[in-house]
Design a protein around this ligand. Structure first.
Ligand SMILES: NC(=O)c1ccc[n+]([C@@H]2O[C@H](COP(=O)([O-])OP(=O)(O)OC[C@H]3O[C@@H](n4cnc5c(N)ncnc54)[C@H](OP(=O)(O)O)[C@@H]3O)[C@@H](O)[C@H]2O)c1
Length: 336
């Protein structure tokens, strides 16, 4: 009988996830039932949000339970089908889990066009992080040509796309990332107008220097001290799409909130949290916009691929250690 490997949650991590928090199991490849397909997964998305999904604390999704296959987005190929619209050979994107094979009904599966871009890009610039950047910049950030847009975790999956789509829209873009290599990448590869190394620069002084007209939109991916520093440099009527707060995801206590929030009163600023899922009905619009920019050479997509399902924990932790550039994915099947 052919077998398939899966990552199951062993116990809820404390702080940074450890190898022992997961169990790698090898199980028989399941058969698809009536109205189901069998998908051979190729690439699994590694997302900071996974840390919140393995916490027993209440969140926007129910926690993964110990013993369950770890929740994850993934792209794969239909290899057996009892669904007419999803014949064998179709590539799909969905919440397929950290596993080599998934049986699923058609609900929640999106057909992926591999001619638009390589499969991993459908987990990055053309997938969930790209959609997050698109709706965060335009719907929540209300970015307008001429605005100064500051983005944190700017060399990552969401941030690198957010910077490029804002730039293509006529904004002035300033990226914040950790280390000189990432900052060089912001300028040379992702076309930011300025880069700030939050690990080595004086953040407040650099914000003053790189944002002479202050900050109209701050796309916050990290929270913590970076958020506080940008709050001190807001322009009038600034918008702050609150996308994520990765600096707080592995703290055992409560996350530290912004201390400098009173600056928002003086700036008459608006901070708004959002989840990409809220825009589900408009994902095609985002894909069209992003694919158009890729075709025009205005959006560079960058994927960071780690090979082997057994490296799941090591790869996940790269997000929290700042070891990834662009979209981090785990290759669990044949390269495509
Ligand atoms: N709201 C939504 O619907 C939604 C959807 C997707 C993602 N998100 C959020 O968006 C953010 C970015 O996600 P992503 O998938 O694009 O990840 P990513 O940026 O590709 O990777 C995470 C990056 O965060 C930075 N980082 C890690 N620890 C940090 C810390 N303590 N302080 C500052 N920066 C830190 C690291 O870059 P450096 O080397 O530069 O530090 C790391 O490479 C996350 O907060 C995520 O939860 C939200």
């Amino acid at each position: 009988m052919p077998t398939s490997r899966k990552i199951r949650l062993a116990s809820y991590p404390e702080g940074l996830p450890k190898d022992s928090d997961w169990e790698l199991t090898e199980e028989e490849v399941p058969e698809p039932g009536e109205g189901e397909v069998l998908i051979a997964n190729r690439y699994v998305s590694l997302d900071p949000a996974m840390r919140g999904w393995v916490s027993p604390l209440p969140s926007y999704l129910p926690p993964v339970q110990p013993g369950e296959v770890m929740r994850a987005g993934a792209v794969g190929e239909v290899v057996a089908s009892n669904v007419d619209e999803l014949p064998v050979g179709t590539y799909v994107n969905g919440v397929l889990g950290v596993q080599e094979h998934t049986v699923s009904g058609p609900k929640g599966l999106r057909v992926v066009n591999p001619e638009l871009a390589p499969l991993p890009t459908h987990l990055g610039a053309l997938g969930m992080p790209g959609w997050t950047a698109y709706f965060g910049v335009f719907d929540i950030g209300e970015a307008k040509p001429g605005d100064t847009v500051v983005i944190s975790a700017a060399a990552g999956a969401v941030g690198s796309v957010a910077g490029q789509i804002a730039k293509a829209h006529g904004c002035r873009t300033v990226g914040i990332a950790g280390g000189p290599e990432k900052c060089a990448m912001l300028l040379d590869e992702f076309g930011f107008d300025a880069a700030i190394d939050y690990k080595n620069d004086d953040l407040r002084a650099k914000l003053k220097e790189t944002c002479p007209d202050r900050v109209d939109v701050y796309f916050d991916n990290v929270g913590g001290p970076v958020l506080d520093a940008v709050l001190g440099r807001l322009a009038m009527k600034a918008r702050i799409p609150l996308c994520g707060g990765i600096s707080q995801y592995n703290t055992d206590g409560k996350p530290v909130g912004p201390a400098n929030y009173l600056a928002m009163i003086a700036a008459r600023a608006k901070m708004e949290g959002f989840l990409v899922f809220d825009f589900y009905a408009r994902y095609d619009e985002a894909v069209d916009h992003l694919a158009g920019l890729i075709a025009d050479g205005k959006l560079v997509h960058h994927e960071h691929i780690v090979e082997g399902i057994e490296r799941f924990n090591e790869a996940l932790n790269m997000l929290f250690k700042g070891e990834n550039t662009g979209k981090l994915v785990l290759q669990v099947g044949a390269a495509a």
